[in-house]
Design a protein around this ligand. Structure first.
Ligand code: ZN
Length: 253
C-alpha cells in the first residue's frame, strides 16, 4: 500500500484535515466542487467511497452525471482506479417535504429578506454529513470529505467553517469515534478550485469537470460553454462561469 498521508501538505484549504485515517467518504453530487473533492481524496487516501443524495432536487440531472463521472475518474490514473470503491445513493426525499425552497420547488430563484437566496435548503449539509457519518461508521471510513466553501459562495450558513467544526465535534461525541470532516475547498475561490483540479489531475481532469459535471440550479444541460453546461444565469452558473474565466486569466498572466 502506498502512503498518501505523506503527500498531504497542510494548507489553509484543509484546516479540518485529520492527522490520521486513511479512508474517506466523499459527498459526491456530480457537481464541479464535489468532483474536485473526489480527486483530492483519491490523491491522498488508500480507500475512497462516494455518497450522493436524492432529495427531489430540481437539478436531478446531477444524479444522472454521477455514474459516468465516477467511471471517467477511474480512467485518469491507475491509483485512482485502485482506490475508488463503492458508490452509495441515499433517498432523502423527506428534505423536500420539510423545506420549501427554489431547489426543491418550481419557484423562481430570488433573494430573501434574511439575505439568503431561496435556494438555501435549511440544514441540508448538517443532514448530509450526519448521514454520511453514519454510513462511514458502518463502512469503516474515517474522513468525510465535502466541497463546502465560504469564499465564493451563496452565504449558506451550513457551508461555514465554524458550522462544520461544531458538527465534527457533535459527530465525534455522538458516535464515540474520531470521524473527521475535511473541506479542501473551504478557503479557495472558484478560480482556485479549477486550479486545484489541474494540480490534482492535469488538463484531462479539468476537461472532464468542465464538460461532464453539473452545477446549474435549473438543471439545464444545453450547449457546452467554455465553463461547462448550464443556463448561464442562475447563481450557480454565474459563480462557475466567473471562476472558470478567472482561472483561465490567471493561467494566461
Ligand atoms: Zn444555471
Amino acid at each position: 500500500m502506498s502512503a498518501p498521508q505523506q503527500m498531504h501538505q497542510q494548507t489553509p484549504a484543509d484546516t479540518l484535515q485529520p492527522a490520521a485515517g486513511n479512508t474517506a467518504l466523499v459527498l459526491f453530487s456530480g457537481g464541479q466542487d464535489s468532483a474536485t473533492c473526489l480527486a483530492w481524496a483519491l490523491s491522498r487516501y488508500d480507500r475512497v467511497e462516494t455518497l450522493g443524495f436524492d432529495y427531489g432536487q430540481r437539478h436531478a440531472i446531477e444524479l444522472q452525471v454521477r455514474k459516468p463521472l465516477l467511471a471517467a475518474m477511474r480512467t485518469l490514473k491507475p491509483e485512482w482506479r485502485e482506490r475508488l470503491g463503492d458508490d452509495h445513493l441515499l433517498d432523502l426525499s423527506v428534505l423536500g417535504e420539510v423545506s420549501d425552497t427554489a431547489l426543491t420547488r418550481g419557484t423562481a430563484i430570488a433573494m430573501q429578506a434574511n439575505g439568503l437566496p431561496n435556494t438555501f435548503v435549511p440544514g441540508r449539509n448538517l443532514l448530509f454529513l450526519t448521514l454520511a457519518a453514519a454510513l462511514a461508521y458502518r463502512r469503516g471510513l474515517t474522513v468525510l470529505v465535502g466541497g463546502m466553501c465560504e469564499t465564493d459562495y451563496s452565504g449558506y450558513p451550513d457551508c461555514r467553517h465554524g458550522t462544520l467544526q461544531a458538527l465534527q465535534s457533535a459527530l465525534q461525541l455522538g458516535m464515540a469515534n474520531d470521524v473527521t470532516i475535511a473541506t479542501p475547498l473551504m478557503w479557495l475561490d472558484k478560480a482556485a478550485t479549477w486550479a486545484l483540479a489541474e494540480e490534482l489531475g492535469g488538463t484531462s481532469l479539468v476537461e472532464l469537470i468542465r464538460s461532464d459535471t453539473h452545477t446549474c440550479y435549473l438543471g439545464e444541460r444545453g450547449a457546452l460553454h467554455d465553463w461547462g453546461h448550464g443556463c448561464g444565469h442562475c447563481p450557480a452558473c454565474e459563480l462557475r462561469a466567473k471562476g472558470y474565466r478567472e482561472y483561465r486569466a490567471r493561467q494566461a498572466a
